[in-house]
Design a protein around this ligand. Sequence first.
Ligand code: GLU
Length: 315
Amino acid sequence: MINHRNHPRAGRYAPSPTGQLHLGNLRTALVAWLDARSASAPFHLRFEDLDAATVKPEHYVSQADDLRALGLDWDTEPLNQSDRIEIYYDAIADLRAAGQLYPCYCSRREIREAAQAPNGPLSPLDYPGTCRTLSPAERQEREDQGRPPAWRLLVPEGGTRRFTDEVVGEHEGPIDDVVVQRNDGAPAYNLVVVIDDEAQGVGHVIRADDLVTSTPRQIYIAELLGIEPFSYGHVPLVLGPEGKRLAKRDGSVTLPDRLENGETADEVRSFLAASLGLCGVDDRPTVDELVEAYAGPHTLPTDPLTLDAAFLGET
Ligand code: GLU
């Protein structure tokens, strides 16, 4: 096992190439890059492209181009998860052989309905455990109906993990019976993210804070795979005028939108940096100056950034 403390561990940005990056994505990428570069650590770009139904080929290029235009760089060819399927299947086979997984035949609807039942779990995200205790005959019955199973982790009931997030502080959350292979056969995010962060030598996982609740699950998966824990910093989201996460319909939210409005890429980067407290609103720092100014994830704002309608312009 690698001792993370003795190596300059890498940073990474891991977008899904399903659309253009918006200002929230770009802001998170900037933090991830600054966090690595300020520690003279390698930085990697990884495309999380296992969901073939949502991936759009043009966005591998658009996302890399936008990051480059902001002055970010990376040290290796971007890694595509779709090229690494066999590695994930090997890990799933190992977990299965170790008795850590069980097949789950539930549809989304069944899980939703079980969650709404009077004695159902508190959160609709929690899996009610329906398939955990199926007898071999009950499993066979479902197999005979032609239902392809997802594979879930058999997690000790009531399991939680606690960690100290480098931005938002202490966080504790449930691990529950997380899916590691979806019922369409695709290896699931929570498993592959851990495998790839380890494979890419990542130390600090810097990403948007909508993933904070996934982190206890990923910590547990790392334990099962014998991977030393990563440290985590979750960057607050950027919200649109209605207080919901930024979306295309909010207006000029992408770099090309901003350029079309007459801004330069340096101005966009400076705006994002100012929102992170790394420079004044009228400053135009270079990327090297930003690397100097960045003093660690604990110095970042902990509240979301809300953009107003005037800033976002006409839709
Ligand atoms: N692919 C995920 C996203 O685009 C990020 C995953 C991660 O950084 O762990 O939201």
